[in-house]
Design a protein around this ligand. Sequence first.
Ligand code: GLU
Length: 466
Amino acid sequence: MSELRVRFAPSPTGYLHIGGARTALFNYLLAKKETGKFILRIEDTDVARSTQESVDAILDAMTWLGFSCDEGPVYQSERFDLYRQKVQQLLDEGKAYRCYCTAEELDAKREKAKEEGRKPKYDGTCRNRNDQPDAPFVVRFKLPADREETTFVDRIKGSISFRHEELDDLIIQRTDGTPTYNFVVVVDDAEMGISLVIRGDDHINNTPRQILLYEALGYSVPEFAHVPMILGSDKKRLSKRHGATSVMAYQEMGYLPEALVNYLVRLGWSSGDEEIFSMADLIEKFSLENVGRSAGVFNPEKLLWLNSHYIKTGDPQRLADLLKPFLQQKGIVVENGPDLVAVVKSLQERSATMIEMANGAAFYFVDQVEYDEKAKNKFLQSEQKDMFEVILKKLGTCALFTEEQLESSFAEIMQVTELKFGKVAQPLRVALTGGTASPSIYDVLQVLGKKVSLKRIEQAIESLDD
Ligand code: GLU
């Protein structure tokens, strides 16, 4: 069997959105699984709408998600000569023709068709004309008359037929000489040796036209797999109304790429009841046979759940590197604080996003703890002074803040004060962190270290008489 060659072909007219990322992922996974090639092609023939900023945004998002390509990026804007040559080939072979109908004429015909209840489509006025007036023209592809329908077997949706009476003579080159999407996509997929086109099912109506173009240009037709689209919870097409749709917005909101990848793949593909998949699992298990035919519904809670799973189980050193910019964004000078890896370890269990982790970590880095008012009113009262003095003394004599030594210091504190663990730990938590929710008290003490912990307890004692 020949090598599998697939491609992802975004138009750089905006950021990489969730739907595009899933299409890219399916292509990437299949290429890896079948040791084929994953090719990136930037479809920037629409010069007016394509921007370098969008190209960069798409490339950044691909890198962040880990979808490295084996070839490319190939830019369509650098291939105009090839397209022109191919348009000429069809003209020379009589398979395409120049159409001089003006926009006004076409509008009028369209209106008339509508009035008469006919489907508006080009009536072929210029099909058989032989003159070449000195006037602007588009180039149209002559719909072949040798059969009445075009059928293809989609790898996801099964057999699909389109009757030719639904189609008309497609414009393949505009009046300004630029080629149109349906034409360049065919030339490129063929010239780049793409054997399977995996893309969103919003392109399914284009496929019969494209198949006819492959045939007319003398190319072999690739296989197709059209991926169902992604819907919001109201079953409408996923849009900004449903939350962020840009891949990089999820990075900014503190999501890990592996969580998004895991989430995206499950939006349309399954492997039994399994929910958690590493990239390596996916490369092993992914197949188009298990891609569903119906649309997936975007569920932000599930994505959040996956993110917290990957934070919980993530490598602390890597998470520390990822956490740093989130802390810096909050104006925190990381270098003056405790060991970041220790900070991460204390927060992994309780952070669903890296933003949450950064918020939860902020107290470690302050010079002066700011107390939550409610917490202070409840836990930092003058009657707690004796207890805090005992804590200060006992922790002061605790040589090392190991789990073991802290446990025995606390046992002593509880004995002397005759208080239960919670009655000691909760006020101490407020003293050390400013609030009532934080990592375990031993974790907090260990991460802050002895010097800072004692200083914070002293500050709390001073604040008691306020
Ligand atoms: N450039 C097209 C898009 O962004 C995709 C074309 C294709 O996959 O055939 O929608």
